[in-house]
Design a protein around this ligand. Structure first.
Ligand code: FAD
Length: 445
């Protein structure tokens, strides 16, 4: 793991050949720049139960924020500033006082239990070509078909509540034996058919909500000091970043840097004071330059008088991964649903990894298991139990038609967009609350 401190990089090095958890311990002990020996020693005891008790201990911490956990177990406050702010923003784009401790422990548990639990890697090129195309080729080679730009408008049900067909925005109807939704939670909530609208399995989704995040691409006229790695910025506004001109083959350049940065927290629900999603690109870039000038004072100045910014793109994703604030894990639904021909997937459904690409893949595998088991008549795992706090609200539920998705473009479907692709226009159509300049953003229903 690489952290940036005033233009310098400091690392927690996991030494090859040393088994977990000793490689994790050594990585912490050998870093001399971030924590004193006494602070390191104070950090270890609260984490020991995780080694002994494993997953039950990790799950039980979901009701506590990272800050609550630190105070409960007497961890030194400086660990928050030095490590947890960067970690929380990298894992869920929110600050440690908002993030569930389960998320941090889930990541740390990998470091403690797997010799190569910490691995970071970059694609060697752009995602459509290097990630999506091979998957599409694989499916097509086996007789499958992948349709893009084909939005589902409505899930149409039979009298018994099972899915009859999907009504597409094009007006086409798609009938199938099995239906799997991998839509983001904020979109799925808008699709729940009237017949399912008072079912606890779907109502528990009310407790989950995507977190806003901004992703920034910046092209500079010179090569900045960089490392071939993901960097934790330890800045109030920036999360992780990488110099793609160093880390990624397709963008490799020895003379000019291209930074890709995650800007977080970017709204009050993520712990920030400002709703940056509602701000202009220029305001966001100005704030980012200010943060970069603080991190790299010899190379970058906020007024652009040092390295010159040649161009930029600001990508807003107003509803990204589900907000892993305390107490949310219990509301993540199982892939199996009460509907006999409908299964859920997506990183937000119940699986042991976080809201991440890895989590999305695992959820997909679990969804495939449900469908495969059903196909051969095996009774698959039971539905995940619904928590009593969901059931306590059941008297207030009323049957309702699905809200549906308003507008078009990536933002409407839970993804991100830059202003060249009309991000602000898309937001105004599909999620106008996000453009309100300050204040908490209301939960979508
Ligand atoms: C800025 C940023 C940085 C990230 N960095 C990392 C990282 O470094 N590592 C990591 O592991 N994860 C990272 N993530 C998280 C990761 O991108 C997500 O966890 C992952 O993409 C979730 O996958 P998914 O398949 O569940 O959902 P998504 O990727 O959101 O896919 C849902 C799909 O459903 C489609 N859809 C929605 N509605 C409809 C409809 N009605 N009809 C048809 N299609 C529809 C959408 O268009 C979309 O393609 C990052 C996320 C963001 C925003």
């Amino acid at each position: 793991m690489v952290f940036v401190i005033l233009g310098e990089f400091t690392t927690f090095d996991f030494m090859p050949g040393i088994p977990a958890p000793f490689n994790f311990g050594l990585a912490i002990l050998s870093n001399q720049k971030m924590l004193t020996l006494w602070e390191k020693l104070q950090t270890a005891p609260p984490l020991l139960p995780m080694l002994v008790e494993g997953q039950p201990f990790i799950d039980a911490q979901d009701e506590l924020s990272v800050t609550d956990f630190m105070r409960k177990y007497g961890m030194p406050e400086r660990i928050n500033d030095e490590v947890f702010i960067a970690m929380a923003k990298a894992l869920d784009f929110i600050d440690p006082d908002k993030l569930s401790m389960t998320v941090v422990l889930t990541a740390m548990n990998r470091f403690l239990n797997e010799d190569d639990g910490l691995q970071m890697a970059f694609l060697d090129g752009n995602q459509p070509d290097r990630l999506c195309k091979p998957m599409v080729d694989y499916i097509e080679a086996r007789g499958g078909q992948v349709l893009t730009k084909a939005a589902v408008k409505e899930i149409v049900t039979n009298d018994d509540g099972s899915v009859k067909h999907l009504l597409m925005r094009s007006g086409e109807k798609i009938e199938a034996d099995e239906y799997i939704s991998a839509m983001p939670v904020d979109v799925m909530k808008r699709f729940v058919p009237k017949a399912w609208s008072t079912m606890p399995h779907f109502r528990q989704m009310d407790e989950l909500e995507g977190i806003p995040v901004i992703n920034i691409h910046m092209w500079f006229d010179k090569k900045l000091t960089s490392v071939d790695h993901l960097c934790f910025s330890r800045s109030p506004l920036l999360s992780v970043y990488a110099d793609m001109s160093t880390t990624c083959k397709e963008y490799y350049d020895e003379n000019k840097s291209m930074l890709e940065l995650v800007f977080a927290p970017c709204s009050p629900i993520a712990g920030g004071k400002t709703n940056w999603i509602g701000k202009s690109d220029e305001e966001i870039i100005d704030a980012t330059m200010g943060e970069l000038a603080r991190l790299f004072p010899t190379e970058i100045a906020q007024d652009g008088s040092k390295a010159k910014l040649l161009k930029y793109a600001v990508v807003r994703t107003p509803r990204s991964v589900y907000a892993a604030i305390p107490g949310r894990n219990k509301y993540r639904p199982s892939q199996k649903t009460p509907i006999p021909n409908f299964t859920l997937a997506g990183d937000w459904t119940s699986q042991k990894f976080l809201g991440s690409m890895e989590g999305a893949v695992l959820a997909g595998k679990l969804a495939a298991e449900v469908v495969a088991d059903r196909a051969v008549g095996i009774e698959s795992k039971p539905l995940k139990e619904i928590h009593q706090t969901v059931m306590a609200k059941s008297s207030t539920w009323k049957e309702a038609e699905p809200a549906g998705v308003k507008g078009d473009g990536p933002i409407a479907w839970g993804a991100g967009s830059d202003n060249n692709a009309g991000a602000r226009k898309q937001l105004a159509e599909s999620d106008p609350e996000q453009l309100v300049d300050t204040g908490a953003i209301p939960v979508l229903r």
